[in-house]
Write a protein that binds this ligand. Sequence first.
Ligand code: FES
Ligand code: FES
Length: 162
Amino acid sequence: MQISFTLNGRPVSVEAEPATLVSDLLREQLNLTGTHVGCDTSQCGACVVHLDGVPVKSCTLLAPSLQGTSLLTIEGLAATAGSNGLHPMQEAFREHHGLQCGFCTPGMVMTATALAAANPAPTEAEVRHGLEGNICRCTGYQNIVIAVMAGAAAMHAKSAGE
Ligand code: FES
Ligand code: FES
């Protein structure tokens, strides 16, 4: 079937089997491999994207559900980067060592930006609660939490300065 939606700000129309997972559609048909697949069973959060502004696990969505929606992936987020080439949340992860292998990072950043958009100054407890659906096997989470708090502050400082 033909599915038309907005992807990272641009209209797209793709042919896909109705049972295609959105994570597979992104990676295998649209070559957007920044969305990672760690489990395919809605556990790890590596595949988080924003669907109409809401963070969702793309391995839990079927391609037909994209019809008429607006989808943002980590590539689209990065395209809104500042002069250093990184979105403020990505920069905060870099600066505060919020990653080691990086496998979980796209999903973490997508969850974190949605959290920060809804809550400009999340507490540590709010960040930890907000990241409950995202698993990291490397970092022990502490630096991720610090990065998300710093990234949220940077996002809102940037939007206040615009
Ligand atoms: Fe989607 Fe793990 S791949 S939650
Ligand atoms: Fe390796 Fe999170 S940095 S899984």
